[in-house]
Design a protein around this ligand. Sequence first.
Ligand SMILES: O=P(O)(O)OC[C@H]1O[C@H](O)[C@H](O)[C@@H](O)[C@@H]1O
Length: 507
Amino acid sequence: MSDPQAIWKELTLLDKPKLASLFEEKGRVEDWSQALDLPGGRIRFDWSKTHLDDAHGEAFAKLAKAMGFADKRRALFAGEVVNPTEERAAEHTAERGHGADEAVALADALHMRMRGLVEAIHAGAFGEVKHLIHVGIGGSALGPALALDALARDDAKVDVHVVSNVDGNALKAAFKACDPGTTMLAIASKTFTTIETMTNAQSVLDWMGEGGVSDPQGRVVALTANPEAALDWGVDETRILPFSDTVGGRYSVWSSIGFPVALALGWEGFAAMLEGAGAMDAHFREVDGLENLPLRAAFADLYYTHLRGSQTRAVFAYDERLRLLPDYLQQLEMESNGKRVTAEGKPVHGPTAPITWGGTGTDAQHAVFQLLHQGTHLVPVDFIASIAPGHDLDPAHHEILLMNCFAQGAALMAGKESDDEDLGGARAYPGDRPSATILCDALNPATLGALIAFHEHRTFASAVLLGINPFDQFGVELGKQIARAMEEDEGDFDASTSALLDAAGLG
Ligand SMILES: O=P(O)(O)OC[C@H]1O[C@H](O)[C@H](O)[C@@H](O)[C@@H]1O
């Protein structure tokens, strides 16, 4: 059978087992969790507390076949056009050594150029550099911000401030923390046209000038796939770090957009991130069927959206260093798969990306977990944690953190009958609520790289199963066009919008 609709029908007819009954079978944990030995240590992927059973696994494997998963995966790594609306390849994996030969060679050469500049700055070629203000937005900010917050808390070689919002309050906070005389500016923008980034970049130059820096332009580095625009903006060629147009914004932390990460960690740290991601590429590329962890995760994601009506998926990092991971995954997953038509432009069957949301444990337990345990929404949850604490405080901190993480997954699954006759349902936990747990030996550049790449491939696998193109993002354009029309004092707006403009003195 190769008709995807027929397979979906088959999936809807399968039994909907309770989690508790799945655990009555021997080998549930062995069958549905797996550990990968990666350069930075082992990562365990435990999907056993999801409702997938063997029958679902088989049916989803058939769906993958019917949707041409193996060939689409091959095309991704071969650098073929996998983004048909923009007629482009998606070659982020080439940055990690997995791709078409020419793309890998180009990525290597551009990394060498980037390394040269990073090491020159460390060696003092620009005088004393204590701070870097990195201006960029969306994919040009979220990856660097996540990696820096996760990995550069101690001993950063340069103190980096990632500023994305055009709201001047964001830049003011960075100015407060930096001294203009020892600050460099990185302008990160794939297109080098994004208004928020260019506005922030100009204000940093002005601040440097006002702070007594004689040649602010001489302290600018451009990270872009549009080097001509950076040249036009006045950036010297030697400080332009290009990357390939075939690397999408939300997949670009591996390219020169990762410059601030390399500057803070040193080249070896950045290279280890690439290596960890490359190891996940090798797994995704070489392993077939349910053993392929990103594909297995995509099966579970589609199971919940299509067969259980889940509209959201939550991710809770039980690790302060990963507090920005939910923000990062929101862009990766929602901008990639928040689509309503197939790659051929036809209406898509069923829901596409769930709304990704989340937070940090244990904080979130005291704020939003009430809804997860007793609310009316079914929210599949991902827990992410590291066995090594990453700090040298009393081990009690980490024991409490990890035990709480594991307790939440157990509680969601087990539930509990009401222990108070008078209060009845208010004190009952329905249970049978799914979660997955990703447990790293340690959080380090290589495991972070692998974690991010796991999610990239999970997103790609979902897109293949849904038949959509995850690599364009036309949905973000209309609002930008209208804002531009407002700036240029053109266009005819609805009465509500006109009244708001008038109220703000912008009409
Ligand atoms: O890197 P840039 O060209 O400045 O783009 C920054 C961001 O803005 C766009 O609107 C897209 O939604 C993002 O995918 C992109 O990462």
